[in-house]
Design a protein around this ligand. Structure first.
Ligand code: BTN
Length: 227
């Protein structure tokens, strides 16, 4: 896949959209972002030392109902990368990768849908490698701290791209299921929060939980989890 390396950009997800009409798959990486975007309108801390990467991919005949494959695939590419440096990552449904209970990477996917299909997808991944996390270190960690090793940002970036290109959707589905955290959780919705047991992630990406014996299927757009 074509790779473009940038020093600084507002957001690699936004930058890469200039190639939407090109029809060619491409990865854009930046050493830092000034306006890194997270999910649900949040920002993503993007100082020097992290990997900030977006991949633009074009598809023909990719059913919209399978769009969660893209998230699974990105999360698994991050897990395999972190694991290759000696970390033991887990996925917090749907899009965070944790090590030792702290967030090491986040994923933001922006798809273009038409006629029930995903036409193209921007998969944005932010991976903490040796960047300063400041106050966030209460809830986030970087790969160097997590593994106790010196890891260069470039090595981590190249390995992440390699895994991203190598891993297939089918393999990703299996590995995601193995890595996703299940069990006791607090489910937070706009109206309430309640305790439940996370049982499994359904193929369409919804989370199946047991709330006092009642089975619910939750969508990531409507709820968040505390584990
Ligand atoms: C999240 O944790 O809420 C998702 C974070 C996604 C961050 C990545 S960094 C590369 C790409 N560019 C962005 O602006 N966001 C994503």
């Amino acid at each position: 896949m074509k790779i473009e390396l940038l020093e600084e950009v507002s957001s690699t997800n936004d930058y890469i959209k200039q190639y939407l009409n090109g029809g060619e798959d491409i990865v854009v990486c930046a050493r830092r972002q000034t306006g890194g975007k997270g999910t649900k309108g949040r920002s993503f801390l993007s100082g020097e030392g992290g990997v900030y990467l977006s991949a633009l991919r074009f598809f023909s005949a990719f059913p919209a109902r399978d769009a969660f494959y893209l998230m699974q695939h990105a999360a698994v590419a991050v897990c395999c990368t972190a694991e290759s440096f000696g970390a033991d990552p887990a996925v917090k449904w749907p899009n965070d990768v944790l090590v030792g209970g702290k967030k090491i990477a986040g994923i933001l996917i922006e798809n273009t849908f038409s006629n029930g299909e995903v036409k193209n997808s921007v998969v944005g991944i932010g991976l903490n490698v040796n960047n300063e996390l400041g106050e966030l270190s209460q809830i986030a960690v970087n790969l160097c701290t997590a593994t106790g090793k010196r890891i260069s940002t470039e090595t981590a970036r190249d390995r992440l791209i390699e895994n991203f290109c190598k891993i297939g959707f089918e393999q990703a589905q299996e590995l995601y299921a193995r890595r996703v955290l299940l069990g006791n959780a607090t489910v937070v919705t706009a109206e309430e929060s309640f305790s439940a047991t996370a049982r499994r992630v359904l193929p369409d990406g919804r989370l199946e939980v047991d709330r006092d014996g009642k089975i619910l299927t939750l969508s990531a757009a409507e709820v968040s989890l505390k584990l």
